[in-house]
Design a binder for this molecule. Structure first.
Ligand code: F0G
Length: 468
């Protein structure tokens, strides 16, 4: 017999516990969306059929994770669950000090409240919005230095998440190393389409930061997905295991912040990991104040167990092959139907270029918002707008068009199957076929900051009353 090389990449698990999803009619969805002020964030999740709002904390856990959770140690101090968690984080990252936190932004809060001060600058390939907010809260500036290739959605380039290292050099010269408490690198780069960062780029940015005595910190939320892209796209890593690639990447850094709700395969949790003894001691002091005793830091013992196991499952080759392939599979179906998407597809989501798809809706009538609502109305699918509703309101109160108007369809880990993805592609193609009927929107009620979460909107060509 010959070795069989199957073309089908199947889900590398079987399902032993199921959660029903609820089908609804177009009329029911129209009523639900109107009641939610045409804002999908305000929908009840039970009214959504396929929920692609985020890949954060929405994954399915394995039987091994559940087993660890049942056997957890809930002691306040020194729980054995903490030591399993600490061992797993040290084994994967190599960092000396492991400071648990209830999610990624809590780790960011502890780090930046400790290191960032007014007048300082913290460069990154691109900061996630909570990271930016924590830096700005300290009076410091969060500066994005994405590579030029990331700015063209259609450009097919393997590492569009990279940092512009020349821009980092210029920033260090201009600002001065003394005013830069850290250089950050987000892997994969969520703000730039879930695009990966190459090892060469991590190495170059790290070398530059370290040459100036600046700590180099990785935002590691999707470190395992990034490792898979390095393995499959960067010459020299074909034969390396994802865990070896991850270890090499972390060895180039002085610490990391982590939301374990992504590649920790957990529903909640995170950590800050550091090598510097004194910095870690200062961070632990703040942790006690805001998160809890340093051996639980805002997590239950069972959460620590889930992450300790989840970090290894996220690095499993069979899992990563399936994970990245399922995103790519949707991307291929959309490209075949000439639906404009950010190319190549990234690690955790497909991003549809709504401005390109819906040229009849002007950017300040929010084409990506309209497309996302169209996906919900036609197929019960919920994504998220990453565009002018999310980014348009400026601190001075003016409104500016965002760089891109995208709909992000983020895949929860191990939750949906290939037939869900086939259905999803069908819904998107159907919405594209009906696109002339998609309306622009205007905002009728909004909060001063982060308005997209709670804003209420109205379709522009329909005088339908809002609320109910
Ligand atoms: N960094 C990145 C790159 C993220 O994508 C997120 C969260 C965080 C930090 C913060 O982590 O949510 O655990 O506090 N991203 C989610 C998303 C919310 O939908 O992309 P958290």
């Amino acid at each position: 017999m010959k070795t069989f090389e199957p073309k089908s990449i199947i889900e590398p698990f079987r399902v032993r516990s199921v959660e029903p999803i609820r089908f609804s009619t177009l009329e029911q969805r129209e009523a639900a969306l109107a009641k939610a002020g045409y804002n999908p964030f305000l929908l009840r999740a039970e009214d959504v059929l396929i929920d692609l709002l985020t890949d954060s904390g929405t994954g399915a856990m394995s039987s091994r994770q559940w087993a660890g959770m049942i056997a957890s140690d809930e002691s306040y101090a020194g729980a054995s669950s903490f030591y399993r968690f600490e061992h797993a984080v040290q084994d994967v990252t190599g960092f000396k000090h492991v400071i648990p936190a209830h999610q990624g932004r809590a780790a960011e809060h502890i780090l930046f409240a400790t290191i960032a001060n007014p007048g300082q600058v913290i460069p990154s390939n691109a900061h996630f919005d909570t990271t930016r907010a924590h830096i700005e809260r300290q009076g410091a500036q969060a500066r994005d230095l994405p590579c030029v290739q990331s700015q063209d959605p259609k450009l097919n380039y393997p590492f569009k998440g990279d940092m512009d290292v020349d821009a980092l050099r210029t920033t260090i010269e201009e600002v001065g190393a003394a005013r830069i408490p850290a250089v950050m690198m987000t892997v994969t780069n969520n703000a730039c389409g879930g695009q990966p960062v190459s090892m060469a780029n991590v190495r170059a940015a790290s070398a530059l930061a370290r040459a100036h005595g600046i700590p180099f910190i990785i935002d590691a939320c999707r470190f395992a997905e990034n490792a898979w892209f390095i393995k499959t796209r960067e010459p020299g890593y074909e034969g390396a295991k994802p865990i070896e690639i991850a270890r090499q990447m972390f060895s180039l850094a002085d610490g990391c912040t982590m939301s374990a709700k992504k590649d920790g395969m957990s529903n909640i949790g995170g950590f800050l990991a550091l090598n510097d003894d004194q910095l870690a001691a200062r961070c632990r002091n703040l942790e006690i104040l805001t998160e809890g005793f340093p051996t639980y830091g805002g997590m239950a013992g069972y959460d620590l167990e889930a992450v300790a196991q989840g970090l290894y499952e996220a690095l499993d080759e069979g899992y990563l092959r399936y994970r990245i392939r399922s995103i790519e599979y949707l991307g291929e179906k959309l490209l075949a139907a000439a639906i404009p998407i950010v190319q190549p597809t990234g690690g955790h989501a497909v991003y549809i270029d709504a401005r390109a798809l819906l040229p009849h809706i002007s950017p300040l009538q929010y084409p990506a918002w309209s497309l996302n609502n169209g996906l919900y109305l036609v197929g019960g699918v919920r994504g998220v707008e990453i565009g002018s509703v999310m980014f348009g309101r400026q601190p001075d109160g003016s409104e500016r068009i965002a760089a891109l108007d995208l709909v992000r369809l983020a895949f929860p880990r191990r939750v949906y199957t290939q037939s869900h993805v086939d259905y999803l592609a069908e819904v998107i193609l159907e919405v594209a076929a009906q696109k002339a009927d998609l309306p622009g929107y205007r905002i009728v009620e909004e909060a001063a900051v982060l308005r997209h979460f709670t804003a209420r909107l109205q379709p522009i060509d329909a005088a339908a009353p809002i609320g109910g």
